[in-house]
Design a protein around this ligand. Sequence first.
Ligand code: GLA
Length: 391
Amino acid sequence: MTLTELGQSVAEQFQNVYSCAPKWVAAAPGRVNVIGEHTDYNDGFVFPMAIDRYTVIAAAPSSSKANRIQLRSTIGGAPANIALDAPFHPEKKGSWVNYPLGVIAGFHARGLNPGPFDALIHSTVPLGGGLSSSAALEVSTATLLETIVGKKLDPVEKALLSQKAEHDYAGMPCGIMDQFISVMAKKDHILLLDCRSHKTELVPMTDPSIELLIINTNVKHELTGGEYAKRRSECEAGARALGLSSLRDADAETLERARSKMSETVYRRAKHVIGEIERTLHAAEGVRASNWPTVGQLMYASHASLRDDYEVSCPELDAVVDIAQSIGPKGGVFGCRMTGGGFGGCTVALGQADKVAAISERITAEYEKRTKIKPTLFVSRPAAGATVLKQ
Ligand code: GLA
């Protein structure tokens, strides 16, 4: 289904729910991070691309007299009503409403009031699979609100507003990668983002002989929230021990010299971040040069570092990477790594397009044999960022 068709289907569902056609429809994609994991909140580099999986929001001016926004999801459940004549407060932790609510609050804080409306949200981004379903929800909401209020935010401001929604309303102290890529992605490009300066470079990824295969382990270990914040503070401790404002300014030698000034854990976290920033820049060079074996090796190295030093992998992610590695270049696989925050979710593999079907079959069979879990696999070309489908 194309994005236009998806938009039409959500518009039809809106009509069924609210008995009128939507006036506005907006969409924002999920993402897969090719490399550069846990570097964004260390002022480092990341290298994500948008995938052709989207969160779509259809909306129309409110049919009720109440001064409120009504949000419904196609997943079902009770509608969420957001009062517009009272201060905004986060809903209870874990509620999906917090993501759009935080974005609506961010618009209000800028004096941008969309007024009462009814909305229906639908997503094809797997939820909680490490493909940024939350950023897609925030950014699609922001895109919808821009359309309603008739003012386009600067893309950096839009991404930061969405990130703030996640911090303040969803209680997740995420970095900037997911919201930036969902806003700024361009079809057939991977985004090299400097998380310190916010400078971006769109690196073309058009080689038809290469495919990125996303493999969802379909496990989600419930550690993520607390562990993520813990990694952030360990990185800050590492930077402090080095006398730096962030690990971005450190190199391997500086770290070795200062090893005795920090705990072994903090040392290993810093080692990952410093190495990963370098790997990300090398991988971008590799993509520019279509040097797929090198990009693949960097992906494996990234995974090993996330598993051993950063300790955010899990047996299921390791199993997929191990299977990919055993298929190897002869079988068409150049590289594979976990992607996103970790502790479950997805891996991303770089493979030969003409062998992707065979690779998928082998990974599925072997993964199921080892873990007794069925994985979900799909390929995606780099997709475009947030867009308005109807206004
Ligand atoms: C999550 C966060 C991102 C980033 C990744 C790890 O996806 O939302 O900001 O930190 O984890 O790279």
